[in-house]
Design a protein around this ligand. Structure first.
Ligand SMILES: *Cc1c(COP(=O)(O)O)cnc(C)c1O
Length: 406
């Protein structure tokens, strides 16, 4: 590894320890460090934060102060990003799904870069965002990712060419290509395949006199701290992924011109490991399965509907700060609601927990900073969502800023 650390910073630890009630703690200094590390790995590549991964004003401001832009999916997200200090020129509308009124609102707010993957959408862009720059999203298989994002987004190479030609014919600027290899991508191969697809479409476009000025490599960069459904570290091959990205960028520039600009739009990678829940023990109970086997259940105050929505696909490392080194028992970990999905997959993934946990004891749920607030319900069964708290501010560049991009 090249200094990519999965664990929480001392600052995050301190904030968790200081919390006296349930909260979602986000360490801005950790987010900023991860951003700086990404810049070192991919020099000259612009970063657009996929804001749905952690749409908190302080996070957006912290990243904006470091020259990061935003991948937004609606006029609501665009307005929030502008309010948090992201300049309109660094906000792109990355959602291929948009109504006429969404497009018009985004255009009124000053956004000029739009993702697309259908002729219908391009025609609407020409009417409601005339003269804008469009980038066409290519479909990927999503293979190798925990969440594939296939089917709903992107088009094949022939459609991409048709869409870009149509955009040109309607007075739009066919400015780029994008794709998303799937979220929490666990293989470097997926990015390798992505570069092959991009190269093919760039060549086909060039034959028709269209030379895009940028390629958007999308999201998918993994978080480092997740455990799999069995509780083992996922351990994504991040260094290998970065190597493939650097080589792919170099090869595409060799073939299609040095002026070709590259973007990434990470969500999860920037925030997941720098957010954690301070929850508490509702109850540790020893119950019997229908077969009569004894089984411990650890019910937490937070679960699937209060920040841990992805708990069916990954486990989050748990810390029991009041019970270091205590004897443990294997338990199913579950949230507080009357929904049986509100639990870690228990056939596979028992977790060792201190055997003498008492109701009210604090529990820290690590690496849950991504997609936590977005997936929180307003209060399933009346359980209020944990309050988000940002630490490690103020959100100034502090010398880390790398100047405006493009
Ligand atoms: C959600 C999303 C991302 C971020 O994905 P991660 O896997 O969290 O990096 C990037 N781009 C688009 C268009 C998205 O919808």
């Amino acid at each position: 590894m090249t200094g990519h650390t999965a664990g929480p910073t001392a600052r995050l630890h301190a904030a968790l320890a200081a919390a006296t009630e349930d909260s979602l703690v986000v360490d801005l200094s950790g987010v900023a460090d991860r951003c700086a590390a990404l810049r070192r790995e991919l020099p000259g590549v612009a970063i657009r934060f996929a804001m749905k991964a952690c749409p908190l004003d302080d996070v957006l401001s912290c990243l904006a102060a470091r020259g990061v832009g935003v991948d937004a999916a609606s006029p609501g997200e665009i307005a929030q990003a502008l309010h948090a200090g992201v300049p309109a020129g660094r906000i792109h509308y990355g959602n291929t799904v948009k109504s006429d009124s969404d497009i018009a609102a985004a255009h009124r707010l000053g956004v000029r870069d739009f993702a697309t993957d259908s002729l219908e959408d391009v025609r609407a862009l020409a009417v409601h965002a005339p003269g804008s720059r469009v980038f066409c999203r290519l479909a990927t298989s999503g293979q190798g990712a925990l969440w594939g994002l296939s089917d709903k987004f992107g088009c094949g190479p022939d459609d991409a060419v048709r869409i870009m030609e149509t955009a040109r014919g309607l007075g739009l600027t066919p400015s780029g290509l994008s794709l998303h290899v799937g979220s929490q991508q666990m293989t470097a191969d997926a990015y390798q395949r992505a570069f092959e697809q991009l190269g093919d479409v760039l060549t086909a476009l060039r034959r028709r006199g269209i030379t895009p000025d940028h390629v958007n490599l999308g999201g998918g960069l993994p978080a480092l701290g997740y455990l799999d459904r069995h509780g083992m570290p996922l351990d994504p091959p991040l260094d290998k992924i970065f190597t493939v990205l650097r080589e792919g960028i170099r090869a595409l520039r060799r073939e299609h011109g040095d002026e070709l600009a590259f973007l990434v739009e990470p969500g999860r990678h920037l925030v997941a490991d720098h957010g954690a829940l301070r929850a508490h023990v509702a109850r540790l109970a020893l119950r019997r399965t229908p077969q009569g086997e004894p089984l411990h259940w650890l019910y937490l105050s937070c679960g699937k509907f209060s920040g841990l929505y992805e708990m069916d696909a990954v486990q989050y490392p748990l810390v029991f700060p009041t019970h270091p080194g205590a004897p443990t028992v294997p338990a199913v970990v579950a949230g507080p609601t009357c929904d049986s999905d509100d639990a870690y997959s228990h056939e596979e993934g028992l977790v060792q927990v201190p055997e003498n946990l008492a109701s009210g004891d604090p529990v820290w749920v690590l690496s849950c900073g991504a997609y936590a607030t977005s997936y929180m319900t307003r209060g399933f069964n009346g359980f209020a969502p944990p309050r988000p708290v940002c630490t490690g501010g103020p959100a100034s560049a502090g010398g880390l800023g790398e100047g405006p991009e493009r």
